[in-house]
Design a protein around this ligand. Sequence first.
Ligand SMILES: Cc1cc2nc3c(=O)[nH]c(=O)nc-3n(C[C@H](O)[C@H](O)[C@H](O)COP(=O)(O)OP(=O)(O)OC[C@H]3O[C@@H](n4cnc5c(N)ncnc54)[C@H](O)[C@@H]3O)c2cc1C
Length: 391
Amino acid sequence: MQKDIVIIGAGPAGLSFANSLADSGLEVLVVERLSSAELAEPAYDGRDIALTHFSQRLMQEMGVWSLIPEAEVFPIKEAKVMDGDSPYTLQFDSEDITENFLGFNVSNHLIRKAAYEKVISLDNVELLTDTSVTGVQVNTGSATVTLADGQNIEARLVVAADSRFSATRRKMGIAANMHDFGRVCIVSRMEHEREHHGVAHECFLYGETLAVLPLSSYESSIVITVSSSKAERIMAMSADEFNQHVENQYRSQLGKMTLSSKRHPYPLVAVWANGFVAERFALIGDAAVGMHPVTAHGFNLGLRSQHTLARLIKEASLVGEDIGNLTTLKAYESNHRKVAKPIYLGTNAIVKLFTNDMPLHRLARKALLRFGNNFPPIRRKITQQLTESNS
Ligand SMILES: Cc1cc2nc3c(=O)[nH]c(=O)nc-3n(C[C@H](O)[C@H](O)[C@H](O)COP(=O)(O)OP(=O)(O)OC[C@H]3O[C@@H](n4cnc5c(N)ncnc54)[C@H](O)[C@@H]3O)c2cc1C
């Protein structure tokens, strides 16, 4: 088989990239180890993804946004950050941006479902499911992708979107810096007695971080981040014990809280690939940059990576250039690196500071929140950056 581009992985980043190539005139193959049934009806995985305005625009342009039921898109009107035992909050709201909301929460499985529905409607994209890529070899003029059944596919460009633990990245000899936080994120949904009014909370408690993200008026997405050993204890709690635990940690701000979904644990490892490209090869999504979820930027960056790469490839193709040429790929790498690096490093620094409960760090944590509130230009800049607003 011969294609212009082979995409490895039909996760949200790989599918989005295929969708961005809809009008490119390029023949695209997406290879995914999951079945088409799993892609068509992805199981709920506990992740509610906070999407920025830029991400929303990209999904609209791809024709994916309209495939997500409107009732499943939840606006975030305000965000409050709290530290330790203090009721003091650093506040972010839409006054600092031109849009009415800070962003939107959408369940990860619905993003994947919508992206898949769009991909299967495209004439230039073929999807090969139930099979893994086992090898990639770059030759002069083309690359060869080998599948688990031994089949070889020739392509001008291979793009890996095969997760933060990308086996293809490793096979291509691209090293990555990985930081294992030794912590686990437990995500679930909970119903509550009182309305949240669209307010998101990030509570950096001592020994535990709790995020409460607004869904429908009386339901929120709950993200608990704790050490791996404590995560085991929390996962082993009965539903009643868990409800009480979250309600206590949240100081009953929303009244009585009740689990409304399963709990899903995610070990936290941040990944930064040392290179995003090689000859006829590029990394997108988590395969390039795998983020700690505290700043809710993983998929937002993934969407941006695929958008940047698709734009440059389409430009190269339009003027008759080889789409696998290293100059185009390097332009993608430098563009995405510039955007992603400050967010990646900033996120890791926040995690480092706000998960250290030593007295000096506690002081610094509190001072930082006050500094943010008392210097509006700084707060505005952070709000604009985190929401990727137009302003
Ligand atoms: C708890 C949690 C909360 C999060 N919250 C947010 C948030 O609020 N905002 C945000 O922007 N991001 C968030 N993220 C990050 C977001 O979920 C990820 O960035 C995103 O899912 C990554 O998508 P991806 O397509 O790059 O990779 P993945 O979703 O990992 O998909 C990779 C795909 O590749 C396939 N694959 C792997 N190897 C092969 C192979 N050899 N052959 C064929 N197929 C293969 C896999 O089966 C899979 O389908 C969160 C993450 C977590 C864990």
